[in-house]
Design a binder for this molecule. Sequence first.
Ligand SMILES: C[S@@+](CC[C@H](N)C(=O)[O-])C[C@H]1O[C@@H](n2cnc3c(N)ncnc32)[C@H](O)[C@@H]1O
Length: 402
Amino acid sequence: MNSAALLKSSDMTVEGENFFNVRPTKSATHAVGFNETRIIKIEYKNNPRKLNSLEEEAGIISFLNNHGCMTCPEIVSQGRLSSGEPYYIQKRIISTGKPKTADMVFALLEQKSFGVYQGDFKPENMIFDGSTCHLVDYDQAQQCDGFLKMGNTEFIDWIAGDFKNRRGHDFFSDPDRNFDKREIFNLFRNNSFNLGETSLLQNQVTTNTETGFYHRLCHPTVFIEGARDLSARVSVLDKIKFKPKEEVLDVGCNLGLLSHYLYDKDCLVTGIDLDGNITTAAKMVANILGKPITFSPMDIGDAVKLKTFDTIFLFSVLHHIHNMEGAISSISKDCKRIILECKLHEGGSKPTSFGWTSTNHWEFNNIANLTNFIESKFLNFKFEENYGQVDRGRYIFSFTKS
Ligand SMILES: C[S@@+](CC[C@H](N)C(=O)[O-])C[C@H]1O[C@@H](n2cnc3c(N)ncnc32)[C@H](O)[C@@H]1O
């Protein structure tokens, strides 16, 4: 492609992808085009007003992608056109509206945890998929380990100061931004960001408790006022032995509190949950807390073949699984040890478009009857240990493959 073609706009094919209406950016140094699933960006010539060349920009995007960042769309390829200009191709996120301020800030904080500031934080560079705010355009992005050490609000102040130094006027009232400074700072309690204000947490449906949030998290960087935390379970959990790098699956992981505990015990952790909004939020929170954990949306009742794990954790979830028999069959095949949390009387439910509907229930008057029942479900597994009682009358048991 040459300059004249860029200035005219044209359709083009790269790597078997048809890009429609590839057109020059305002400066005419770059061109951008898209099709239904991809976006292409081409650098025709260096633009001194941009902090990064296209290849540097692609490097920062790839860095975020390789670290599991949820708010930076994935680069699928990069290279040079036959005419020599560098390009990259990125997955296209379809916008479904405007993010809330909390969604923008959540994205910003996720990227801060990797030492990256996207560099041109304004609504035009955000794509909202209905729950997650994705940040695009990294030609002004900055990578700096110093971001990691800054507190959340200090980082926002730094962004505003950096903008003022470069552009000479106020960041918040800049017409391209028009952010409500008070609204942004109200999202923090001291320095800790309120996850409960984000669309991801407000759209997830994993519990019918009063606040709508199951996990309660109170950390200096992020918090949420959910119904239950791990503090009452830790002393019992501490009795469980793990081998180094034990591969574990946390079924019904919710916002990931048990996964965090298992990661801190040197396990290789995967968390799954029915609700894709909670697993995206769980991944972003784990990134912010510096815990590289895999989180995926999955209904364990549909899991025909799971990856193999040493231990599968089923904490307050078995009775909620609508296809409990199907889940039990795949779990039994795919691990050597099951650690389960439940109580003598359980009544499960799951969210549907008509509201919460019941799934499974059981009632036992003693622990032996309960563990016999679990053994009768997980054929080949034998009851091993009762680690003890935790909050809400729940017990933690282990079963091992015989
Ligand atoms: C009561 S919460 C327990 C959360 C966490 N395991 C704990 O103990 O702190 C149950 C969780 O299981 C999830 N869940 C329910 N049915 C599921 C299924 N079939 N597959 C995966 N997750 C499921 C819910 O979305 C919810 O996050």
